[in-house]
Design a protein around this ligand. Structure first.
Ligand code: NAD
Ligand code: TDX
Length: 339
């Protein structure tokens, strides 16, 4: 099979490319990435010399380029990770989120209709469901929870999901969608909470906690997300949505304190800053459908995955130090001076 993976120079796409290239030497993995601020070819280094791997630089929203690529490559499967992924950036500048996350997705879908594929998989997020109240721990997102987005990021992701499902119903395109909770693990860009805590704490810098720090996220190790996507692409039912999550809910403050403790750094680094606009309170996934239909079971819990992740950041300082010394530092300074 020839599998197009978009966004494979980013965090989850990068981990997925490693997983697929190593697990399926008989398949060809083509990684298409625009290399935005979040894309990093260093992330692809472990697989770049493998015979079943190829990198192509390009924009999923560039229609003539995408049509040419599909005509030339004749993909069997498309897995779309490419997206603008950071909620804070979407609040500052929503337009690129519409362009990449919505128009990029519809461009890929059009190419799939025109050239034909066996499966199109959309990597979506639990944020499309909006949030849950803190005082109802009995509530979880299921695949039937209505879409009710809060941020420009999640609105763009939800729009893309609706187009994917519409292309299935209207054109009969064989699609699946996964909606996963917050990921953490190797190659996570340090603008996101967990790598931000690790990288800043190691430099004895303050850790900005938005609002009260009581917001809850449901954390999953990126490896378990990759396994879930592989299962859904191969065995999932066409036209279906699958939630992915491992019941690892933590408040942001718990996450910060856990990481600081593991690094032997003081809690005095915690600095409360103004809240994110429209900040979702709680995400919590019900993964029953994925577990019962496809036999998925996560390998890691938060308590086993976090020490491994911290160790990765200690062993791979060069990867993240190059990022925080570059353009990202300007963004970070701007974000927190304004708050
Ligand atoms: P990321 O920001 O680390 O990586 C995104 C990648 O997409 C980058 O390599 C970037 O260069 C590339 N890209 C951006 N715009 C592009 C374009 N127009 N054309 C081609 N490539 C482009 O993001 P991530 O955290 O790895 O998220 C990947 C996907 O998973 C996204 O679709 C996101 O919505 C979804 N998701 C993320 C999480 C999470 O916790 N991070 C959870 C659930 C779902
Ligand atoms: O400096 C910070 N301080 C802070 O308190 C940052 C960066 C975040 N936070 C809070 C905001 C959230 O409640 O931590 C929580 C996690 O924030 P992010 O890492 O930005 O993730 P989140 O907004 O939950 O979105 C992530 O999960 C779902 C991904 O970035 C999305 O791409 C994915 O769809």
């Amino acid at each position: 099979m020839k599998i197009l993976v978009t966004g494979g120079a980013g965090f989850i796409g990068g981990n997925f490319v490693h997983y697929m290239v190593n697990k399926y030497p008989e398949d060809m993995i083509v990684n298409l990435d625009k290399l935005t601020y979040a894309g990093n070819l260093e992330t692809c280094k472990p697989v770049e010399d493998k015979p079943n791997y190829k990198f192509v630089k390009g924009d999923i929203a560039d229609r003539p380029f995408i049509m040419d690529l599909f005509e030339k490559e004749k993909f069997d499967v498309v897995v779309n990770f490419a997206a603008e992924s950071h909620v804070d950036r979407s609040i500052e500048d929503p337009e690129i989120f519409v362009k990449t996350n919505v128009m990029g997705t519809t461009t890929l879908l059009d190419a799939c209709v025109k050239y034909g594929i066996q499966r199109y998989h959309q990597v979506s997020t639990d944020e499309v469901y909006g949030d849950l109240p803190l005082d109802r721990p009995d509530l979880f997102f299921t695949e039937n929870t209505p879409l009710h987005t809060s941020s420009p990021y999640s609105s763009a992701k939800a729009s893309a999901d609706l187009f994917v499902l519409a292309y299935h119903r209207t054109y009969g395109l064989p699609v699946t969608i996964s909606r996963c909770s917050n990921n953490y693990g190797p190659y996570h860009f340090p603008e996101k909470l967990i790598p931000l805590i690790i990288s800043r704490a190691l430099n004895d810098e303050t850790i900005p906690v938005y609002g009260t720090g009581e917001n809850v996220r449901d954390w999953l190790h990126v490896y378990d997300h990759c396994v879930a996507i592989d299962l859904i692409v191969r065995n999932g039912r066409v036209g279906e949505v699958y939630n992915v999550g491992g019941h690892n809910e933590r408040t942001n403050l718990e996450v910060v304190k856990t990481v600081l403790r593991a690094l032997n750094k003081p809690e005095s680094l915690i600095t409360f800053v103004s809240d994110r606009k429209g900040h979702d309170m709680r995400y919590a996934i019900d993964p029953t459908k994925l577990e019962t239909e496809l036999g998925w079971k996560p390998k890691y819990t938060f308590d086993t995955g976090i020490p491994m992740t911290i160790q990765w950041y200690l062993d791979n300082k060069e990867w993240w130090e190059n990022i925080i010394s570059g353009e990202y530092q300007n963004y970070f300074d701007k974000m927190y001076v304004e708050k």
